[in-house]
Design a protein around this ligand. Structure first.
Ligand SMILES: Cc1ncc(COP(=O)(O)O)c(C=O)c1O
Length: 393
């Protein structure tokens, strides 16, 4: 990589990664049987404050098995955020279940709790087998709030409505390790929470994921499903069709080293977000992502909404790219995605607007003050050339 290019979000390996991986190779414990897998699970479980964690090959597989362990079945429907990376919607489809996409709240950019509450109250009916969508006759198997960009969904109204309707909540916390909602770690509030250790996440194992839960039965079921539903250590006997979804020891070794740096990485993300916030405070054309109240965000990817008389987020993205600065728009909302054509959607205009107008800025934990200042200056130059005024001029 050229030294003056600024990446969107790259990993930082500055701790014990080499030492621990070397130990795996030296001892030939490279697959999922090694001791680092359990050590990584324990470290993350302790960090978020739950008794159980099961490491998986990636975040998508974590969501897949978490949904199965929550009791989602083929033919069910699952409420999920529309403004998200596609993985949770795909995980729902892997089961043969149907996603119902919930629009974002304009004040938080996260799943809009009011839409969930209204849907369960006005469009569903309770039967002895569960809560059913009147329009399709299908059972609602779960709700998956996706905590995007390092910030929490407003969970309380969703949890209350879900409890009343007897529906489990599975949190997609893949982007929000380190964030908390009213003092409790994201991912530990629903029946289970799913994490990702992809290369761009807060900490990485190259590829990896985890299901965290307070519920021992759920943890046992996830462990079983992720190990090909093998019934005992010594015999090759299986009681159902399972998955080869366990993380390897080499990846977990990297994970343990990365987890040792979690507090420092979270502090770096928060500091970076605070500097960006104050740098844009006087600029009319740039609106930083809202910080939900009662919550501690981790600002995994610092994202801004671009407004005013410019060529918009895509124009700014192209300008920054021409100057060696990598940025990224938000995801095409799931209700607009060809991959999930025909799915029911609750609203959708807010997510569509965020998709049009938002841009995620360089947010690596190792981003230097000089690099961040260059990002800010380049944005200011672009906006000035497009007649966007400073608020205090
Ligand atoms: C919201 C969301 N859910 C799920 C995933 C899936 O994680 P993975 O890439 O580890 O499968 C990701 C990111 O990659 C994500 O951003």
């Amino acid at each position: 990589m050229s030294s003056d290019r600024i990446a969107l979000c790259e990993p930082l390996f500055a701790g014990n990664e080499w030492t621990y991986v070397k130990e795996c190779l030296d001892t030939a414990w490279v697959s999922s049987g090694g001791a680092y897998v359990g050590a990584f699970e324990q470290k993350i479980a302790a960090f978020v404050g739950v008794p159980h964690a099961v490491a998986t090959v990636n975040g998508t597989s974590a969501i897949h098995v978490a949904l199965l362990a929550a009791g989602v079945e083929r033919g069910d429907e699952v409420l999920v955020s529309s403004m998200t990376f596609i993985a949770p919607a795909n995980a729902i489809a892997y089961i043969g279940a149907f996603p119902i996409f919930v629009d974002a709240d304009p004040h938080t950019w996260q799943m809009d709790p009011a839409l969930v509450v209204a849907f369960l109250r006005d469009e569903c009916e309770w039967r002895p087998q569960g809560t059913f969508n009147r329009r399709t006759g299908r059972r609602i198997g779960a709700i998956v709030p996706v905590h995007i960009l390092g910030q929490p969904v407003d969970l309380d109204p969703i949890l209350a409505a879900a409890a009343e309707a007897g529906i489990p909540v599975v949190e997609d916390a893949t982007e929000s390790l380190g964030a908390s909602y009213k003092g409790t770690a994201i991912g530990t509030i629903g029946v289970s929470g799913c994490l990702s250790f992809n290369g761009n996440k807060l900490i990485t194992t190259g590829g990896g994921g985890m299901v965290v839960t307070r519920d021992e039965t759920v943890a046992r079921r996830v462990r079983h499903l992720t190990t090909q539903a093998k019934m005992s250590r010594d015999e090759y006997q299986h009681d159902e069709v399972g998955f080869n979804y366990r993380l390897t020891n080499i990846q977990a070794a990297i994970g343990v080293a990365q987890a040792e740096r979690l507090p420092a990485y979270i502090a770096a993300k928060r500091r970076s977000a605070a500097i960006y916030d104050s740098a844009f405070a006087d600029l009319d054309g740039v609106c930083p992502m809202p910080r939900p109240i009662h919550s501690e965000s981790v600002s995994w990817l610092y994202t801004v909404e671009i407004s005013g008389d410019t060529t918009g987020a895509r124009g700014l993205q192209a300008y920054l790219a021409s100057r060696g600065i990598e940025t990224r728009p938000l995801w095409e909302p799931m209700h607009m995605s060809r991959a999930h054509r025909g799915a029911q959607a609750l609203g959708g205009n807010v997510a569509a607007a965020l998709y049009r107008n938002c841009l995620s800025l360089p947010s690596s934990v190792g981003l230097t003050d000089t690099q961040r200042a260059r990002v800010v200056e380049t944005i200011r130059t672009y906006l000035a050339a497009n007649n966007v005024k400073s608020r205090i001029e």
